[in-house]
Structures are given as C-alpha cells and as structure tokens.
Design a protein around this ligand. Structure first.
Ligand code: GLN
Length: 479
C-alpha cells in the first residue's frame, strides 16, 4: 500500500487492515508522523496544527481494538512527559507527571499518541487565533480560520495529517471547528467522558470528544473513552456499549427544526445547505416538524456569564508557583503573581477572568451568575419538552462558513456569535454531533444533530444514515 493510500483509510478501516495483517501499525504511524512533523517544522508557513509531534512510534498494544492507529490530542489534555500547555504562554514547556483519563483509556485500547494539537488559549475562542503558538490555518483555504477552540485537531484531521483527533467542547469547540473544516465532531453527554487531566476552562460545561473523518470513526473513538472514572466525580457510567452505526434509512425518525436557531442570524448559503440536507432526511423517511426553543436566544448571554465565572476560578491556580512559567525580576510575592499573570495570559483570557471575577463579586453574584444559572435551567427545560415531541433537533452547526484570518479578532462580540447554535446544547449537557452537509462558496457547512442525554447510539445511527445520503467529499482539504 502506498503512503497516500494509507492516509486515505478511515481509522476504522486502518484498524481492520492492521488486524488482518495487510498493514503494519509501524507503517501507518510513520506515514502520518512524517507529514505531521513536516507541518510542525513549517510553523506559520504550514497549517500550524501541532504543538508537539512524537519522535517515533510509542510502544502500543496493536492487538487492542484500536490496533496502534495514531491519535492527535488537543494540547489541553495532560500527557505524561509531553508538553501540555493549553495553548498558553503561562504553561509553556509544562510537562505533566500524569495523563488525562480520556487519553490513557484510548492508549490502553491501542491508540498511539502521534501529536498534540494547537488550540485557542485555555479553549477560549472560535477561530484558533487566541493561541500563544500562533493561529491555525484552514486546509480548505489557508487565509481562513479553522474554527476553534479545537482548531488544530479539526485542521489536522481534515488535511489528512492525523486519522482522528481528540478535542474538547465547552460551548461548541468540537462541533464548530468540525463544521468549518468539513469533518465530523461529536460532543458527548456531559459526564460521559472523564475530565480528569483536562486543563479546565469551565468545569460544568467542558466535555472531551472525537473529531473524525466519518461517523463510524467517531463511534469507535467514543466507545473507548466513555465511562465512570473515580478521579472525576461528575463522570458517569455510560448505560450501554457504544456500537458502530449501520443505519441507512431514517424511517419514522422525528426531527425538529427550531426556528430560534435557523433564522436571521444564519448566513443564506449555510441555510441553503441546511435545508437541502433536511430534504434528504425526509427522502430517507424522517418526519420533520418545526419546534420551539423559546429560551435559546438567551443562551449566549448566559454562557458568557457562566463560562467566564468558572474560568476565573479555575485559572486562579496559575500563579507562577505551581506550574509553567514564572516572570523574572519580581520584587515580592504579589508582584511575582501579577507579573506572571500579566505576561503569561493573552488578551482574551484576561478579558474573561475580569468578566468572571466581576460577575461573581458579592453584590453582583445574584444579578449575573444566579440569573444566568436560572436561564440555563429554562434552556434545559425547553429541550426536555421538545424531546417529548421529536427524537432529535437539527440546526446548522455554525451561522457562517470559515471566515478570514483576522476578520473578527477586533470584535469579541462578533466572535462570540459563532457559538449561537451550539451553546444551548452545552448549557443543557446534551449530546450533539456535527456532520458536513454541503458547501457554500466552496467552503464546508456543518449540520448539527442533538438529542437527549445518553442518546449517543441513536444519534450516531441518525448521523450515519444522513452522512451516507449526503455523500460529502472531503478530499479537497487533504494536503
Ligand atoms: N467559542 C466558545 C468560547 O470561546 C466555546 C469554546 C469552547 O467550547 N471551548 O468560549
């Protein structure tokens, strides 16, 4: 098999070839390692997907279900002895003494750590332009962003520099970059995957999940990540085994289209691709109806109180004493803290720490944080009542296709609007997947499908049937 052919295989297919003895895990690893290392060396002249690439193949159990298939992992997953910096100057060179549970479960199942991927600093962003290690480029058009915050993972998978990757999603950071790069991204039910060893952004929202070329790969990766972990008190036993989906029809599947997330804020080319995929779903037998999520328009406002509030608390630990960098030349302790945080954090992180600290200060706590939490409850109730009428909700994943590098960096509010369609599901803790559903102006459009907590198997089946029917061609992004 030629190196190009090897890189054409999906992860499921590659694992099968290795199992059958027609491909060696070492050959597969080198095919990817070589390309990933070249991108790393090219820095800003390449896609800048990676913050670290393995020097050689690690020792893995190729008889395990993941058969030695290489895996790229977002920078914020702690990996023992490997730089884990969450895209931040303040953690530059930090080598954790332990590995995140999501990653160790996958390596125990036979995945081989290929690389760490570039990301927005502490996962705050929608364009991957907030990374201390420079922006990532979108392989469909290098002058455009890949989305964020898991932009390095999305670009690497879309470009064929990794068979699959891990990302995290707090308000959309798996689904939105998957949409902008034309790949599949799945945010699982909150608690399905352990957060142990993930450098925290907003703990009540953060979830790890797969970014893959197709829905079967997402199912395979997820199946080895889920489950209760004694080291994360919010993790849960997954109620059943995740299976590889096989559905080709959607007979009787009830899809709800919420008018609040499919209206004026969404660009016409995206809406066109979205509506065309709804028609395809109907041809497969799905029953489509309009539903209402009356509180969804308030989701972004609630999110941008809750997430900064939690991050202001989580990021208090970066003080120059325990991890990463310490500023030079301080006169005394408080001066050392101040200089370290001043030099170590980027502008967006500082903005959120200030917003969150303000929202949590006594006298304002109820007016902001308390109220945002009440809105969150209303949003979860909206979903609960809609899932009495339909099986899934479908929306565009992001309101626009990939936008130009630098286009929105000066306007944080315009940047925050990217998450308009993804944040409601995050606040409700429910699973949602983005699959590529077409092109607008030559750039990929994502379709988001969301369902009730722990519906992952049914969600994957539905996404699989639609993926087959939509037959999206991702090859223009391969490098
Ligand atoms: N773009 C959103 C934010 O900046 C979501 C990020 C995420 O999901 N990690 O907060």
């Amino acid at each position: 098999m030629s190196v190009t052919d090897i890189r054409e295989l999906s992860a499921v297919a590659a694992a099968a070839e290795i199992g059958a003895g027609s491909l060696s895990a070492g050959e597969l690893f080198s095919a990817y390692r070589e390309r990933a290392a070249a991108d790393r060396v090219a820095g800003p002249d390449g896609l800048n997907c990676f913050t670290w690439v393995a020097a050689g193949a690690p020792l893995t159990d190729v008889s395990g279900p993941l058969a030695g298939v290489p895996l790229a992992v977002k920078d914020l997953f702690c990996t023992e002895g490997v730089p884990s910096q969450s895209g931040s100057r303040i953690l530059e060179g930090y080598l954790p003494p332990y590995t995140a549970s999501a990653v160790s479960r996958l390596t125990e199942a036979g995945a081989a750590l290929l690389a760490k991927t570039n990301q927005d600093e502490f996962a705050m962003g929608s364009s991957n332009e907030n990374s201390a290690f420079g922006p990532v480029r979108n392989p469909w058009d290098r002058e455009r962003v890949p989305g964020g915050s898991s932009g390095g993972s999305a670009a690497a998978v879309a470009a064929g520099l990794a068979p699959w990757a891990l990302g995290t999603d707090t308000g959309g950071s798996i689904r939105q970059p998957a949409a902008l790069c034309g790949i599949v991204g799945l945010k699982p039910t909150y608690g399905a995957v352990s957060r142990y060893g993930m450098i925290a952004f907003a703990s009540s929202l953060d979830q790890a999940g797969p970014l893959t070329r197709d829905v079967c790969d997402a199912a395979l990766l997820l199946s080895h990540m889920v489950g209760r972990d004694a080291r994360d008190a919010t993790s849960l036993e997954f109620p059943y085994a995740i299976e590889l989906p096989t559905a080709e029809r959607l007979d009787g599947v009830r899809l709800g289209v919420p008018e609040e997330l499919t209206g004026a804020g969404v660009e016409p080319g995206v809406l066109e691709a979205f509506h065309a995929s709804i028609v395809r779903a109907q041809e497969l037998g799905a029953l489509v109806s309009e539903v209402r999520l009356p509180h969804a328009p308030h989701a972004l406002s609630a999110y941008y109180v809750i997430a900064p509030a939690e991050c202001s608390s989580n990021l208090a630990r970066f003080d120059g004493v325990r991890y990463g960098m310490r500023a030079e030349g301080a006169l005394e302790l408080v001066d050392m803290y101040t200089r370290t945080r001043h030099d170590g954090f980027g502008a967006e992180v500082k903005r959120r720490i200030m917003l969150g600290t303000y929202a949590l200060s006594s006298g304002y706590y109820d007016a902001y944080y308390g109220r945002a939490q009440r809105v969150r409850t209303k949003i979860a109730e909206d979903f609960r009542s809609v899932f009495g009428e339909v099986d899934f909700i479908v929306t565009p994943t992001a309101p626009t296709v990939a936008f130009g590098l630098g286009e929105k960096t000066g306007d944080p509010l315009a940047m925050y609007l990217n998450d308009y369609c993804t944040v409601p599901m995050s606040l409700a803790g429910i699973p949602a997947i983005s699959i590529p559903c077409g092109l607008s102006g030559g750039l990929p459009v994502g379709l988001q499908i969301a369902g009730p907590a722990f519906c992952e198997n049914r969600l994957l089946e539905t996404a699989h049937a639609l993926e087959l029917a939509l037959d999206f061609d991702g090859t223009p992004a391969r490098v």
